[in-house]
Design a protein around this ligand. Structure first.
Ligand code: HEC
Ligand code: HEC
Ligand code: HEC
Ligand code: HEC
Ligand code: HEC
Ligand code: HEC
Ligand code: HEC
Ligand code: HEC
Ligand code: HEC
Ligand code: HEC
Length: 312
């Protein structure tokens, strides 16, 4: 807990209030004064002597507040838990004079908080430095100021981040483009939450591209579509390079999640290759049925000795 007290002293230096939410009773306070108040307060380190009891004297009427005790952070028996140390103040900062006529603010979390995301998150990161969060620092979520509390809820019996049926909705609340894609005609089985965004992405960031759990796009796809991994005797270059050359993993209007329909999909690259650019008016193998795929059915690669043209 000494570590935590020290942590707040450090936080105090960097604390910065960008704006003050309408809900704050101290919204009349000029921002400079507010900043100074917080800074002084953290340096003062005036933690309450009675811990949670002091807070609950005023806050226990709120069901939202009391729900903390149904979750892991309210667990009195875990020696690592905030409850074993500074209790409420482990997250909300020292009480100082907050209890005296509401003159002093506390650290608050989530979308309505007047504190910037980096400062909010530093509170959580004070205890959470696990391997799961190793890539957080360089992640798009961190760099774009997404707060831990945008996805996590600690005053709750069950954090919605661990509810498989709630994840897609929580991600698409911000990611509206992907949200629209997954309701298109062709998509992965997202609609009934059989599959979720975190089957492929790490919400805390990852060393590879697009925060994918696997290092590359193809490795991500091979997790479930291993038959596409090869090696093939006759490879198709764009497949080996990146499945996303032809597929949108989130969904689309074309069959099989393809970015365009065949033959247009193929003609994006094969327009100048002999008959690849052929466009027929009447019924022919080039436009009926599966078009190019009528003959080139092994578009992902072929192991047939005569499969050079991906036709068998
Ligand atoms: C004397 C009563 C009183 C005590 C004691 C008290 N608070 Fe508050 N607290 C308030 C009032 C009043 C508000 C503003 C109205 C509201 O949001 O409920 C408030 C607001 C808050 C907020 C919301 C801040 C925001 O910007 O939305 C947090 C978080 C908070 N208190 C935490 C605590 C913690 C932690 C403790 C114990 C260390 C504590 N309070 C002790 C009266 C109190
Ligand atoms: C004082 C230390 C401390 C602080 C500060 C803290 N946590 Fe935790 N957190 C814990 C402990 C202890 C656990 C339980 C871990 C375990 O049992 O393995 C936990 C568990 C979690 C879990 C897993 C929950 C679950 O249901 O399994 C999440 C998510 C989490 N914390 C998020 C946060 C967020 C977000 C913040 C900041 C608002 C935060 N924590 C601040 C100590 C802390
Ligand atoms: C974009 C949403 C999002 C953000 C932002 C986010 N998390 Fe998470 N977090 C999740 C999801 C979803 C899971 C569940 C992962 C799973 O089930 O594999 C999770 C899991 C966790 C766990 C449990 C890890 C484990 O596997 O035991 C902890 C602890 C945690 N997050 C802490 C944090 C902290 C601290 C921050 C801020 C620095 C943060 N998270 C930011 C979505 C998020
Ligand atoms: C692990 C960090 C953590 C601990 C410990 C903690 N809180 Fe919170 N508190 C949060 C976060 C994060 C939120 C934003 C809502 C959420 O995540 O559930 C919040 C929200 C609040 C709010 C605003 C609720 C509202 O009406 O929107 C109050 C008041 C509050 N906490 C008081 C307390 C009190 C009192 C305690 C101790 C009994 C406490 N908190 C312990 C992290 C914490
Ligand atoms: C509070 C809003 C918010 C929520 C909730 C959210 N994100 Fe993000 N996400 C962002 C922002 C902002 C960016 C960076 C700008 C962008 O790429 O749109 C981002 C970027 C990403 C990226 C691109 C990463 C990169 O390195 O290019 C992925 C993937 C992603 N988010 C996945 C998720 C997943 C999965 C969830 C749910 C667990 C989620 N997001 C929840 C706001 C959010
Ligand atoms: C089947 C795996 C998979 C699933 C499931 C998945 N994604 Fe992706 N996502 C990817 C791949 C692969 C990329 C990189 C795409 C590319 O290179 O075109 C990506 C890219 C992204 C990006 C970055 C887009 C950009 O333009 O930079 C965001 C944001 C994103 N995904 C959000 C989500 C959200 C939200 C969900 C859940 C609704 C989700 N993803 C589900 C595989 C997946
Ligand atoms: C977590 C497992 C998983 C991952 C990872 C995954 N898929 Fe899938 N994919 C599925 C499932 C499940 C289906 C539905 C299979 C079915 O309906 O028979 C599917 C179906 C497909 C389909 C056919 C869709 C249709 O409408 O017929 C394509 C194309 C596809 N995936 C491409 C990809 C690509 C590209 C990637 C990598 C970006 C990827 N998948 C990653 C599980 C996964
Ligand atoms: C050159 C474009 C292209 C690339 C690159 C590509 N695909 Fe496909 N994929 C297609 C087409 C076209 C279909 C539809 C095939 C059909 O209807 O017979 C398809 C269908 C699929 C299907 C569903 C039908 C089946 O064969 O199981 C899966 C799964 C799939 N692709 C996965 C992948 C994976 C994984 C990769 C990366 C290793 C990849 N694709 C790369 C064009 C491509
Ligand atoms: C992103 C670009 C791209 C797309 C889209 C694409 N291809 Fe290819 N394709 C290539 C490249 C590159 C080669 C290798 C050419 C070479 O080796 O000269 C190739 C090779 C081939 C070959 C073997 C030709 C040879 O000379 O070895 C056939 C057949 C083929 N593609 C058919 C298709 C079909 C059918 C589609 C649509 C389903 C398609 N391609 C989509 C880039 C693409
Ligand atoms: C009726 C069957 C058939 C259809 C339909 C067909 N191809 Fe072919 N394709 C072939 C055969 C056979 C070869 C080998 C030709 C050769 O060796 O001279 C070939 C060769 C190719 C080659 C290698 C370069 C070349 O022209 O020799 C590419 C690229 C190609 N096809 C792309 C396409 C695309 C794109 C489509 C759709 C617009 C398509 N093919 C439709 C049968 C077909």
């Amino acid at each position: 807990m000494i570590k935590n007290a020290l942590f707040f002293l450090l936080l105090g230096v960097g604390v910065f209030f960008s704006s003050i939410s309408q809900a704050d009773p101290w919204k009349e306070m000029p921002s400079e004064q507010l900043e100074k108040t917080l800074s002084d307060k953290f340096h003062g380190g005036e933690y309450s002597s009675k811990g949670a009891d002091s807070c609950l004297a005023c806050h226990k009427k709120s069901d939202a507040v009391m729900a903390l005790f149904d979750g892991v952070h309210g667990d009195m028996n875990n020696p690592q838990s905030p409850m074993a140390g500074l209790q409420c103040e482990a997250c909300h900062g020292p009480m100082g004079k907050h209890n005296r006529g509401g003159k002093e603010p506390m650290i608050s979390f989530g979308a309505d908080s007047s504190l910037d995301a980096a400062s909010q998150n530093s509170v959580c990161l004070g205890c959470h430095q696990s391997t799961e969060l190793m890539s957080w620092h360089g992640s798009a979520h961190n760099l774009d100021e997404v707060a831990c509390a945008s996805c996590h809820k600690v005053h709750a019996a069950k954090d919605p981040a661990f509810d498989k049926l709630a994840i897609n909705a929580s991600c698409t609340a911000c990611h509206t483009k992907e949200g629209a894609d997954l309701h298109k005609r062709s998509s992965h089985p997202f609609k009934w939450d059989q599959m979720t965004c975190i089957d492929c992405h790490n919400p805390h960031g990852a060393p590879g591209e697009a925060a994918l759990k696997q290092f590359s796009v193809n490795d991500t796809c091979f997790e479930c579509h291993s038959e596409k991994r090869g090696p093939f005797l006759w490879e198709h270059a764009p497949v080996t390079e990146n499945c996303a050359n032809c597929h949108n993993p989130h969904g689309g209007v074309n069959e099989s999640l393809t970015k365009a329909r065949v033959p247009q999909l193929c003609q994006q690259c094969h327009a100048d290759d002999g008959h690849g650019s052929r466009v027929d008016a009447g019924q022919s193998a080039f436009n009926a049925g599966k078009s190019c795929l009528n003959c080139h059915s092994q578009v992902h690669g072929s192991n047939h000795p005569a499969g050079k043209m991906l036709a068998r």
